[in-house]
Design a protein. Structure first.
Length: 560
């Protein structure tokens, strides 16, 4: 029987894609250079690289890795930078040299970085000097032989670049002291590489492109092994889905999410490079005044983000005055999109906020709502081309349409394995290719998938399942709530009860007022017993609420 979601596909979207269209990510990038050479590819701090200029610098970095560092195809190189022009240069340069990229969060602690470097076996790392002190303390636990240190203004031309670096280091004092023997300056590396020619490398589709670490919020981080074929397949799948809205060589996308995160890596970097788009890189998305200023001057056509970013923008001074006339794609992923945020986003910008769903182990895209959808529908959309989904019960048996269970995914974008973790791989990836996501979902009769919640985050109240996403969605619709997280706390009578942790938009909001608001909208066992106010919710590097830390910090049966 044909998959039910195909009947809901918009006209023109194929049911299947051919992942062999590009043999590797480098082949994809070279095709983009050939098609869009003089067009802008990436901008940061007012400096812009065209596709031709990017390609020349990619050659230089690849040559440097091969000749000076002596790195061989298949070796791992870690990249530890926020969104700067240095990132796409190092990314595509490393891949051109046949290396495997280990994306690394610049905000990692010594413990987290030491684990990732040791686990990946990385031979080299490129790091922004602001975070080099953490690298210096982590090297003794790793196989890293080469460290390249870059400064924030290294790719900003003229005197402005060195001046930026000077201000960041000596005026703002944002560069803690560090000492790394043999560290190589980025500018020296690029100058040396520019005098050399990279060796051609034959890259096979099944070669590993990324070790993308995941699971750090629930235990020791694991490296998802993503091949060139995995990533190319997902670029083509997502590209087919958005083709009706994406005009080749004409799109300007705001890249506020970090490119080292799988969402922006795929949706912004690779997808828009293939389409000849212009990525406007935002180095610090938490600096809302600067982000709003960037939006005012960019004449952007697309933006990606997570719910918390869109919510923060909607509350930022001056955001409503931005010119949204060119905006045609607003894509939300990484966490559940709240109805209130989606409706306010459309009201302010005129552009629907399209919810998508994915996970690192799937490169990441699995489901996306049609971009033609004008109103928020509360689903994560339809499985994208060449993607199968099913919902299973606790015994692993498929359940019927409309029934809830664990969402499983199969397709060419699904990872090969977890790096050096066969037991953990076997726990989530079946022999016939089904990836168990750990998410609770329902497949509707029309093929749309509705995500209920994370299996491990479910709250059990007197035997009833309560899903935090639903409670948060209701509480967030109160005008006095800026952000909210829902957790379960122990209760001797019902096992668990619901607790809300709230950041107020209105300082006068009381727990009793919010509790009364929820009482009108939620059945008895779903209503919050406790409400605690705080100044900030614990979040990941992309703004995703960290439920485990939320439970650790606010798990008591108290209010405040």
């Amino acid at each position: 029987m044909e998959n039910p979601w195909f009947a809901s596909y918009p006209a023109g979207i194929p049911h299947q894609i051919d992942p062999s269209v590009h043999g590797s990510i480098d082949a994809l990038m070279r095709d983009a250079v050939a098609s869009f050479g003089a067009a802008p590819a990436f901008s940061s701090f007012g400096a812009t690289l065209s596709y031709d200029a990017l390609d020349a610098r990619v050659d230089a970095f690849a040559a440097f890795c091969q000749h000076r560092l002596g790195l061989k195809p298949g070796e791992r190189i870690a990249l530890m930078m926020p969104n700067l022009l240095q990132y796409p240069v190092a990314l595509f340069g490393a891949l051109r040299a046949g290396l495997c990229v280990v994306n690394t969060n610049p905000l990692y602690t010594e413990r987290e970085l030491s684990h990732q470097l040791a686990d990946s076996g990385a031979s080299a790392i490129v790091v922004l000097e602001n975070f080099a002190h953490v690298v210096a303390r982590s090297l003794r636990h790793s196989a890293v032989r080469h460290v390249v240190v870059t400064r924030i203004g290294d790719m900003v031309p003229g005197l402005r670049g060195p001046l930026m670096s000077f201000v960041v280091k000596h005026v703002k004092r944002m560069v803690p002291p560090f000492a790394i023997d043999g560290a190589i300056a980025w500018r020296d590396a690029m100058a040396e590489g520019g005098r050399l020619e990279p060796h051609p490398v034959e890259i096979a589709p099944e070669d590993v492109a990324f070790l993308q670490y995941t699971g750090g919020t629930t235990g020791v981080a694991k490296g998802a092994v993503l091949t060139h074929r995995n990533m190319i397949a997902n670029v083509l799948q997502a590209g087919a889905w958005v083709a009706s809205k994406v005009r080749r060589g004409q799109e300007v996308v705001i890249t506020a999410l970090p490119l080292y995160h799988i969402f922006a890596l795929l949706a912004n970097c690779l997808l828009f490079v293939r389409a000849g788009g212009h990525n406007v890189l935002v180095t610090n998305p938490r600096d809302l005044p600067t982000l709003v200023k960037t939006l005012r001057t960019s004449h952007f056509t697309a933006i990606t983000g997570v719910n918390t970013l869109f919510n923060a923008l909607l509350r930022a001074p001056g955001f409503a005055d931005v010119d949204f006339s060119a905006l045609r794609i607003s894509l939300s992923g990484g966490m559940a999109t709240q109805r209130d945020v989606a409706e306010r986003w459309k009201a302010v910008t005129g552009c629907p906020l399209t919810e998508a769903y994915g996970l690192t182990e799937a490169s990441p895209a699995v489901c996306i709502n049609p971009l033609e959808t004008q109103e928020f529908n509360g689903t994560i959309g339809l499985p994208i081309p060449s993607t199968d989904v099913m919902v299973v019960d606790d015994a692993g048996q498929a359940v019927g349409t409309g029934e809830s269970g664990e969402l499983c995914v199969r397709g060419p974008q699904v990872m090969r394995e977890y790096w050096n973790r066969p037991e953990e791989t076997a726990a989530v990836l079946s022999a016939d290719g089904w990836l168990h996501t750990g998410d609770i979902a329902v497949i509707q009769p029309d093929g749309y998938v509705r995500l209920v919640d994370r299996k491990k985050d479910m709250i059990l109240v007197s035997g009833f399942n309560v899903f935090p996403n639903e409670i948060e969605d209701v509480a967030a619709s109160h005008p006095g709530v800026a952000e909210v997280g829902a957790i379960g706390v122990a209760d001797e009578h019902s096992g668990e009860v619901v607790k809300l942790v709230v950041v107020r938009a209105d300082p006068a909001l009381t727990a009793d007022a919010l509790r009364a608001f929820c009482r009108e909208r939620l059945t008895g066992y779903k209503r919050p017993r406790y409400i605690e106010f705080t100044d900030e919710l614990p979040k990941s590097n992309v703004g995703k609420i960290l439920r485990r830390e939320l439970r650790e910090r606010f798990g008591g049966a108290n209010e405040g």
